[in-house]
Design a binder for this molecule. Sequence first.
Ligand code: DGJ
Length: 727
Amino acid sequence: MAVCVQDNRFDIVTKNTLYQIKADEYGVLCHLWYGARTDCHMDYLLDYPDVGFSGNPYDVGDKRTYSLDTLPLEYACEGTGDFRTPAISITHEDGSTALDLRFLEYRLTKGKYSIPGLPAVYADEKEAETLEIVLKDTASDVQVVLKYGVLEQADVITRSVVVTNKGESAVVIKKAHSLCMDIPYGDWDWVHFHGRHTMERQMECAPLIHGIQESGSGRGTSSHQQNPTVLLCEKDCTENAGFCIGAALMYSGGFQTQIEKDQLDQVRLVMGIHPKTFSWKLAAGENFYTPEVILSCSVEGTAKLSQRFHHVIRNHVCRGKYQFSERPVLINNWEATYFDFTEQKILDIAKQASELGIDMMVLDDGWFGKRESDTSGLGDWFVNDNKLVGGLQSLIGQINQMGMRFGIWVEPEAVSEDSELYRKHSEWVIRIPGRMPVRARYQLILDLSNPVVVDYLYDRISKILSENHIEYVKWDLNRSICDWYTDRLPQDRQMEMPHRYVLGLYELLERLTHDFPDVLFEGCSGGGGRYDAGMLYYCPQIWCSDDTDAHERTLIQYGTSFFYPTSTVGAHVSAVPNHQTGRDTSLKTRGIVAMAGSFGYELDLSTLNNEEKKEVAEQVKKYKEYQKLIYEGTYYRLSNPFEDGMAAWSWISKEEAQILVQGVVYRSASNTLRRRLRLTGLNEHASYKESESGRVFTGAALMSGGILLPRLTGDDAAFEITLIKWK
Ligand code: DGJ
C-alpha cells in the first residue's frame, strides 16, 4: 500500500520518498514532510511559536500559539488569518472572500484518477493509487477535494483539486491552484526556466528571498518566456547529491508558480492556472477541476529528479503509437524554402533526402490557401494549387514512391484576415467589441472556447488526414493570445474564456489523436512556446525551438532536459551560417546536437557537397543505431553549459551495456591540456571499454578521474564517445 492512514495522518509512501500530511485536532490539514522515507511521524517538526500579528482561529480558544499564519498548511485559503499567498481564493455571493477549509473525510482507491476534459498522468491499478481528501469551508458550502495520484515505483505524486459548490448560490473562483506545499525547513534555491522566442527554457537558479517570487504566463499559452516547471533545491544540491523537489504543471495555458518565503523563513510553493487570466463562476451543484501538477523529489541531486520526470512523462503522459516506437528521421522544408517553394522543389528535397536514408518529408507552412507570405491564408486548409499544381495526393504519391513518408504543417488555432475563412466567419476570432484586436505575425486567433469552431476545425483537419496519406502533423501556433472576450458568456464570466480555450484545444487534439492513431503529432508554438506536459499528452514530441543554431540549442536543450525526456525534443540539423544567429558550426556539431532529441534535417540538401552528403547519410545511420538508447537510456547532464564552457550529456542503456557520451566545447584554446570529463551513473566496480581506443576503464576511474576528451580545434567543436560494459 502506497498510502497509509492512521488517526487522520496520511503517509504517501513511494519507493524512495515520503509525503506526510495530517488533519489536526481542529481539522486543519497540515503539511508535515516531503522528502526521504523516514518511517516516522514527522509531526514532531511542527512548531507553534507565539508570533505577534499572527492571529488565532476562534475555535482554538486562548491558544495564542496556534496560528494559520505560521503553520505549514496543505491547501492555504484567504481571509481567515493566513496572510501568505493562498492556493485558493473565492468570492461568495455576499462579496466576502474568506474561506476556512477543514477536514471532512478521505477516500482511497486503486489506480490513478483522471480529470474531465484535461490531460492527466495515467497508470493502471497495479501502478497507482488515489487518495482524495475532502475539505469543507467552516461557514459556506464550498468543498474542496485534494487529489493525490501515487505512482509508488516511479517516485511520483500528482496533485489536483476539485472545487465543489454544495450551496444554493453561485461563488466565483478567482484562484484555484493545483498544488500548494508548505516547507517549514531548509535553505532553498529556486530554479526556473525563462526565455523568449528562439531562446526558450534558460535555466536560472536564485536564492529565495523573503516575500513572493513568481514565474508565470498570462499569454494564453504556457509560453516561451517561462515554463510551467520549477525546482526547489537545498543549498548543497548538485546534479548527483543533495535534496531537491520538482513540480511540472500539466497545462498548456496561462500559469502561475509562486514561492513565498515567510516571516519565519518557511517556504510555500503554489502552482496552477494564472489568476490574471482566470476566474470561474461556480453555480450551485457544479464542480471545477484544476489541471494537475506532477511532483517528485530526490535526495540524490537533480539528475535523479530529472530521470523520474523523464520516466513519468514518457511512460505515463505520452500516449499512442509513437510513445515507445522509433520515430522517423524527417526533413522539413521550412528553413530550406520558407514560403517560396513549388511541387518540384519539394520533390527535389525529398529525393535527395531519400537517397541519404531520411524517412519522412515534412511540408511546412505555405502549402494551403493563398499563403505566399505570413500575411495571408491561415484558416484556408485546402491546397494552394499555385504551388502544388497536382494537389496533395499527387505530391504524397510521388514522395511515397521514393520510399519516403509524408507529414504536414498546420496552425489550426490561427486565422489571417486575408483568408476565405475570415471573410466568412470573422465572428469566430477572439476580439473585444469596440477595440481593434492585437495582431501578431499579422494573424488573429480563433475562439476555441466556442464548440462550433472546434467542430469546424475537427472537420477540416480530419478531412485532410482522411483524404491523404499523411503520417505526421506539426501543430503550430505562432502568437500569444489576448483580447479575451466572447458574447457567448455573460459579463461576469468573461475571464472563464482563457481556460475554456485550453479545454477546447484539448478536446480538438483528443478527437484528432484518437481518430488518427497512426499519425505522429508534433507540438509546436513558434518552436517551444507551448512545451509542457499537457501538450505531451497528445504529441509525443515538440519542436523544441525555432533556434536551430547548434551552440544555442545546447543551452536550450540543457534547460529542457530538467523535466522533459529526450524523446520529446524535436531537433534538426540546419544550414550555416545559421538563419537565427549567423553562426557557423560544423556539420558534425550540428548532427551531434540534433541527435540529442527526435532527429531531423531542415535545409536544402542540394546545397551540400558530396562529402557533406556522405556525412549526412552517416549521421542518419548512426542516429537510427542509437535511437533506442537515446530514447530509453538514462540521461545525465555532465556539465553546466552556463558555467563550464561546454555542454556534455550521456545516456546509459538500461542494462548499462552501452554508454553514449556527447557534447560541445564552446571555445578552443591554445597550449592547453585536454579536457577531462567526469561521467556519472556508472557502476564503480564494473569495467567499460571505450570503442574507439579499445581502452578499458573502471567505472570508478571514469567517474572520478573522468575521461580525456579528444584534442578539439575550432569553436563549438563536438565530441562523441561510446563505451560498452566490459566486465
Ligand atoms: C514556427 C515554427 O516553429 C517553424 O518551424 C515553422 O513551422 C514556422 N512557424 C512556419 O510558419
